[in-house]
Design a protein around this ligand. Structure first.
Ligand SMILES: Nc1ncnc2c1ncn2[C@@H]1O[C@H](COP(=O)(O)OP(=O)(O)O)[C@@H](O)[C@H]1O
Ligand SMILES: [Mg+2]
Length: 241
């Protein structure tokens, strides 16, 4: 699905990620864990094509066998890469329907976009008024994350990245989001960025990746997340896998 090779990323002239190699497979859920400032969001942003994250000449990012390094964020999104932000912003005067209708013009007809939104908002237990209101206006952290998930599904995203998926999200919303992600993982790749084990109680990651100081220092199965919960990150200081 997505493969990273020799990925080196700098932000504001500072090297954040150094020579990273990793392959994300289809039908899998990944949990990317690591202390603050280890480069998790930088990695997510550079996959999505954020222009502030500069990748060096040797870096490779491939999506289904094709290099996407030259593509704009919009072109990457059209290929199916969806990054849900740590703090989804609100969009005054634009409803989720208007936004999605625009994004999908010429791809899906407005009626089916509307129908999908209605169905998904029921499944994800998103209040009706949040759907008719300007996007994210007055929405809580959990509601915003649910709305991000809704957008990812209507846009038919193939590679879904949720940055800080459990930050500011209450237990009920977290459970609904995790349960729904479990249902849709077939045919997709899901990357959950999280500090905690909390969400991983509801969705079992196929692989846990621990990142520190811009390097992957350990990978393992879901048990690794529990180990981290107990022992913290200290003993992963020296890179190994
Ligand atoms: N836009 C930016 N400008 C300057 N420094 C940044 C920017 N984004 C990230 N960094 C720096 O890059 C490092 C990694 O940050 P980040 O990827 O946000 O880590 P994480 O998501 O793991 O907490 C930090 O030292 C952070 O200060
Ligand atoms: Mg972050």
């Amino acid at each position: 699905m997505i493969s990273l090779a020799n990925l080196t990323i700098s932000v504001a002239g500072k090297k954040i990620i150094d020579n990273l190699d990793f392959k994300f497979e289809k039908n899998r859920v990944y949990a990317l864990m690591g202390p603050n400032g280890s480069g998790k969001s930088s990695l997510a942003n550079s996959i999505a094509g954020h222009p502030s994250y500069i990748v060096n000449g040797k870096s490779q990012i491939q999506f289904e066998g094709e290099s996407i390094i030259e593509l704009t964020p919009d072109q990457r999104a059209k290929k199916g890469i969806f990054l849900a932000f740590q703090t989804p912003f609100s969009l005054s005067g634009v409803t989720v329907f208007q936004l999605l209708r625009l994004a999908l013009s010429g791809i899906k007809d407005p009626l089916s976009v509307r129908k999908e939104i209605d169905e998904l908002s029921k499944k994800l237990k998103i209040k009706k008024e949040l759907i008719s209101r300007s996007l994210n206006e007055g929405a809580s952290g959990g509601e915003r994350k649910k709305l991000e998930l809704l957008q990812a599904i209507v846009l038919d995203a193939k590679f879904l990245i949720f940055d800080e998926i459990d930050t500011g999200v209450d237990v009920d919303a977290l459970k609904i989001i995790a349960t729904y992600l479990n249902k849709i993982k077939k045919g997709r790749t899901i990357l959950l960025i999280t500090h905690y084990n909390r969400i991983l109680k509801h969705i079992k990651p196929d692989k846990v990746i621990v990142m520190m100081k811009g390097k992957i220092v350990k990978t393992g199965n879901h048990k690794l997340a529990s180990e981290i919960e107990r022992g913290g990150y200290e003993h992963y200081e020296s890179p190994r896998s």
